[in-house]
Design a protein around this ligand. Structure first.
Ligand code: TYD
Ligand code: MG
Length: 454
């Protein structure tokens, strides 16, 4: 077996050296070279420790230099989802269905990051450089100082990274990358994992950030972005309905900021545009108050968001009535229907039920329970709710209404958009200063009686 030659590594730049010296001639840093036990020194697990794994006291860390600041793109919707800008040396995964707009978003982000002073390299494994350039032209970004590379081989990419030394690398997409040390097809779990591991590892060693694009795949042939979620600091999903212009960037994991934050974009002919006031957008085209339509005052991440919940309840000729849901949880709908039936004696057995969250948004907050119940009742009784009213509250299995968080924020947003009244759980004592006329309800039965006179 060949004797390993590299046993000293610079902790600043990761360069290998044959012997110790006071200064790393690769990056010029002083006193950063440390001895590393070569991996081939013995059977795995027996070789004694690399210096980098050594433990130090948490309190000692505080005295070290403060980390460099986050970089903002100036696209507020993106910066917020990242937790307030891109953290240096972080790994971010952006997942989404093919064709949803990931490449568009990241090319725009690349131009912004480059403009903010990060040396940015965009590696496309799917499109040739000329195609990326054409897209950039369409987006009006052809003069952005972004470096481009079209490659899929990991070895080529690592070599490029070595010469380019970017601060930010965007890999579009992780499923097209392949390593020749792994004996399986590009897109397989082993390849995707290995590529993500190599790229994030390399970037972190060099103090660069890396953004990996991952297609959400429907068939089992190609590994999806989930297989690398645990390897990255921040996981964002880019969602939206094909027929709609709105796109939502949602953080599902973020080591440096709040999860569940969303950014709202609109796909235009010249790329993605920020939507600064999403409530207005989601409520646009609502028209006159109609039975089955209820406005829910929700919170997505740290931001209030008003959305319209629509229900249709129609008599069915079938023994098995249909329950169809778009934008909400089907199991939660079944629960609300069961509570209405058991606690308020309002049966839905002979009816098909359709529930839709307008605008292509997906909501997961239990606070939407009351809005859903209101929409269902309003549709079933064919009675429209009072106009300019927002609704929120969680429903428990007993039929009681439970208070939810951030009432003040919900009401403030409602007032901003011209709503005049709100229906909310009575245990919630906050919100008195909102300027809205508040109707507080203790349980679902009271709600049914008061609002629908049933
Ligand atoms: P793309 O970013 O290629 O999707 P992904 O990388 O997630 O697969 O986006 C493709 C769609 O976006 C395509 O249907 C065309 C549309 N699009 C616009 O509507 N406007 C634009 O300016 C651009 C670049 C794309
Ligand atoms: Mg793409």
């Amino acid at each position: 077996m060949a004797r390993p030659t590299t046993t000293f590594t610079c902790t600043a730049c990761g360069a290998g050296h044959a012997r110790w010296s006071g200064r790393c001639d690769a990056c010029g840093a002083w006193n950063t070279i440390q001895e590393e036990a070569p991996l081939s020194a013995g059977p795995a697990g027996r070789s004694l420790g690399a210096r980098r794994g050594a433990a130090i006291a948490l309190t000692d860390l505080a005295t070290e230099e403060a980390p460099p600041p986050r970089t903002c793109t100036g696209l507020a919707e993106l910066d917020r989802v990242l937790g307030g800008g891109l953290v240096p040396s972080s790994a971010v995964l952006v997942g989404g269905d093919p064709g949803i707009g990931k490449s568009t978003l990241l090319l725009q982000a690349a131009a912004r990051f480059a403009g903010a002073g990060l040396k940015t390299l965009y590696v496309s494994g799917e499109e040739a450089s000329a195609q990326v350039r054409m897209r950039a032209q369409r987006l009006g970004l052809e003069n952005a100082p972004v470096r481009l590379a079209a490659a899929t081989g990991l070895r080529d990419i690592l070599t490029t990274l070595d010469t380019e030394r970017p601060d930010l690398v965007i890999i579009d997409s992780i499923q097209t990358m392949w390593s020749d040390t792994i004996d399986s097809a590009p897109g397989s779990v082993a390849q995707v994992r290995a590529a993500a591991h190599e790229l994030t590892g390399y970037a972190k060693r060099r103090g660069a950030s890396v953004i990996l694009v991952g297609h959400v795949t429907k068939d089992g042939q190609i590994a999806g972005p989930r297989v690398v979620e645990h390897m990255v600091d921040c996981v964002l999903y880019f969602e939206g309905e094909r027929g709609h212009q709105f796109r939502i960037l949602r953080s599902v994991k973020n080591r440096f900021g709040p999860a569940d934050e969303i950014g709202v974009f609109e796909m235009t002919g010249r790329g993605l545009a920020e939507v600064a006031n999403p409530s207005a957008l989601f409520l646009a085209g609502r028209g006159a108050p109609a039975p089955g339509s209820v406005v829910f005052a929700g919170i997505e991440g740290t931001r209030p968001l008003l959305v319209e919940v629509q229900a249709l309840v129609a008599p069915t000729p079938h023994a098995q009535p249909r329950r169809a849901v778009v934008g909400w949880d089907g199991a939660r709908l079944a629960m609300i229907l069961a509570v209405l039936e058991a606690r308020c004696a309002i049966p839905f057995a002979g009816f098909d039920v359709y529930l839709n969250v307008a605008g292509g948004l997906r909501i997961s907050e239990p606070a939407a329970d009351l809005a859903v119940a209101a929409a269902l009742l309003s549709a079933r009784e064919d009675v429209a709710l009072a106009p300019e009213t927002v609704v929120f509250g969680e429903i428990s299995l007993s039929g009681a209404l439970r208070p939810v968080g951030q009432t003040e924020n919900r009401l403030k947003e409602a007032r901003k958009l011209g709503f005049t009244s709100a229906i909310l759980p009575s245990d919630d004592k906050t919100g008195g200063q909102s300027g809205l006329s508040l109707t507080r309800m203790g349980d679902l039965t009271a709600f049914v009686g008061d609002v629908f006179g049933a």
